[in-house]
Design a protein around this ligand. Sequence first.
Ligand code: ATP
Ligand code: MG
Length: 206
Amino acid sequence: MRLGVFGGTFDPPHVGHLVVAQDACWALSLDRVLWVLAAEPPHKLARALSPAALRLEMLRAALEGDDRFQACDVELRRPGPSYTVDTLRELRAEHPGAELFLLMGADQARELPGWRAPDEIARLATIVALSRAGEGPAASGRDAPIRSLPVTRLDISATEIRGRVAQGRPIRYLVRPAVEAIIRREALYRAADAALSAAGTGDRPA
Ligand code: ATP
Ligand code: MG
């Protein structure tokens, strides 16, 4: 089995995520993509993340109806900060025989050398940088070979969606309706500080 691993805070998951995951699935002939919900990446502590249970509910709502996509909460079940290398070890044990593909935005791939055990990450999985077509190789890690995959990367972010909610602007078409329903039900992202938060880069502590 060819198994994609796509990590993020997904606060909220949006159509940009779905489009690149679909492109990666198609281009790499993946059987499944596990969407790994990050617990509390230290670099994002400037902004309080939405509660993990709600992010998980939104993620499941975003992935509903596509059997290739599956929400994965391994990092939520571990205490403390989560390192990608530990997650990959755990997924390897859970899915013996699967070939793992670690999917990430090109921005994150550039920071990979600063992550914990990049060489071991590369042994556990093929690292795939999802790049805009024409963006060129995302990174040539000294420690880790990175495969660059051109995808259609929509110019939206969760930061922008939170900002739109805080400003009362519509988010229809940027997130799936079931995700928007949860955002409205829970009155998420209404505080102005959500709109002002800086977007983090890099997924993991060094
Ligand atoms: P935030 O604005 O809060 O950082 P985000 O939209 O970047 O949110 P994340 O959960 O941080 O979403 O990202 C998860 C993964 O999706 C990362 O690998 C990131 O590079 C990638 N990603 C984020 N936005 C897009 C997009 N518009 N198209 C493709 N990939 C994206
Ligand atoms: Mg981000």
